[in-house]
Design a protein around this ligand. Structure first.
Ligand code: WQD
Length: 340
């Protein structure tokens, strides 16, 4: 079976390509290399002994996309990762985010319909839940008004799928990721930071490495056990394998509805201080941190009820928080070695 992976040289995309190839799928990647580099293909080949096909294409350019589908036939499913994903940047540049994230998805869906490709897996996010009313959050929880244009493009992306699946020959699954972290154990692929890390775990590993002098813990007065925010951190390889389970559900017609969505998390909430202590325990490295003011827009606590994905996708997480943090640390060390 041939699977098209858009954004396949990115963080979650590249890990999903590796797992797809290990599972015996033929993979073709479309990426514009806006947020990744072409050498990721070499790393994927080193890990899998198999090189995915690659096309440098702008998904917002329908002509380029039409030409692609003229060349690449027999695609059975599409996994769509390609999107701008910086929450802060989306607040400063909303039109850039709405145009890129929505137009690329609409072009892709139109090409799929024109080429009789039915199966679509969408990279969504737990941000659709906002500050959930109860925890753990399940798929019946209400969708809250997005706090950023980025989060809104995920909500609108899901709505576009729900309506398209109703009237067109498209079946789709949205995977609502919680907080993907970690890296492939080979340390050949991982999350590449551009400038100061926004996310917690890369900031921890850069502090551990000495690239940052101190980690600022954003808020210690939340209504949580230790006052710091709680999140559901999940290994990126577990997230990758959820996409294979989704492709199999769509292609084997075991889906119950033409449009479905699932929480992709571990079901366990860790606070920021929990993560610092877990990192120190896993690596033996002390993290220098300070408790500072809250970060605007942060959700107090969110972690997943994963029952639906476990039961319907036959998918469960395999990695522990220690695995996640050790792999993140190994990746940080590999980055430094490769940049010398
Ligand atoms: C986690 C916790 C911070 C940095 C992000 C995206 C979201 C989704 C999941 C894609 C928060 C705290 C962080 C630091 C800190 N991704 N923190 N000091 O914000 O939960 O969600 O990943 O869909 O869209 O925004 O992740 O890693 O930024 O923050 O104290 O230097 O760590 O306040 O409580 P977040 P994060």
């Amino acid at each position: 079976m041939k699977v098209l992976v858009t954004g396949g040289t990115g963080y979650i995309g590249s890990h999903t390509v590796v797992e797809l190839q290990h599972a015996g799928y033929d993979v073709v990647i479309i990426d514009n290399l806006y947020n990744s580099t072409i050498d990721v293909l070499d790393r994927i080949e080193e890990i899998c002994n198999k090189r995915p096909a690659f096309y440098k294409i702008e998904l917002c350019n329908k002509t380029q996309l039409n030409d692609f589908f003229e060349q690449e036939k027999d695609i059975n499913a599409v996994i769509h990762f390609a999107a701008f994903l910086q929450v802060n940047e989306s607040v400063q540049e909303p039109l850039k985010y709405y145009e890129n994230n929505l137009l690329s998805q609409i072009n892709l869906l139109n090409c799929m319909i024109e080429n009789n490709i039915e199966n679509f897996v969408f990279s969504s996010s737990c941000t659709v839940y906002g500050n959930p009313d109860s925890l753990p959050v399940d798929e019946n929880a209400p969708i809250k008004k997005a706090e950023s244009p980025y989060g809104n493009t995920k909500q609108m992306g899901e709505e576009i799928l729900e309506h398209t699946c109703k009237s067109k020959n498209i079946s789709a699954i949205s995977l609502r990721y919680f907080n993907p972290i970690g890296a492939h154990p080979s340390a050949k692929i991982g999350e590449v930071q551009h400038g100061t890390p926004h996310h917690l775990v890369p900031y921890i590993t850069e502090t551990a490495f000495g690239k940052r002098t101190q980690l600022n813990v954003f808020g210690s007065d939340y209504n949580t056990p230790d006052g710091t925010c709680v999140r559901d951190y999940i290994h990126v390889i577990d997230v990758a394998n959820a996409h294979i389970a989704a492709v199999e559900r769509l292609s084997k017609q075991t889906k119950k509805n033409k449009y479905e969505f699932f929480n992709i998390g571990t079901g366990i909430g860790y606070s920021v201080l929990d993560m610092i202590h877990a990192f120190e325990k896993a690596t033996g490295i002390k993290i220098n941190y300070a408790l500072v003011d809250r970060r605007h827009g942060d959700v107090e606590a969110v972690y997943a009820n994963t029952t639906l994905a476990n039961n319907e996708l036959g998918w469960t997480t395999k990695y522990t928080i220690e695995d996640m943090l050790k792999s993140a640390w190994t990746w940080e060390q590999a980055l430094a070695k490769n940049s010398n």
